[in-house]
Design a protein around this ligand. Structure first.
Ligand SMILES: [Zn+2]
Length: 67
């Protein structure tokens, strides 16, 4: 399983609406794998692209100054 180089991202609105993969840009490609609790980031949702296999971790909130 490949990991995206950027391990944690703010969740883009487009993920919920179109499930568009940030790596290959295919729509409706991302599948929700799991949601984990993170002490500072809130919920950490992991998605995997059905087409290219890249996984993305999206935080529901990011601490100030992140990224
Ligand atoms: Zn993809």
């Amino acid at each position: 399983m490949k990991e995206a180089s950027h391990s944690i991202l703010a969740e883009p609105i487009t993920v919920g609406l179109t499930r568009k993969c940030l790596a290959c840009n295919k729509r409706f490609a991302l599948e929700h794998l799991r949601t984990a609790e993170h002490p500072t980031l809130g919920h950490l949702k992991t998605y995997q692209c059905k087409h290219c296999g890249v996984t993305f971790n999206f935080a529901t909130r990011l601490p100030d100054g992140a990224l």
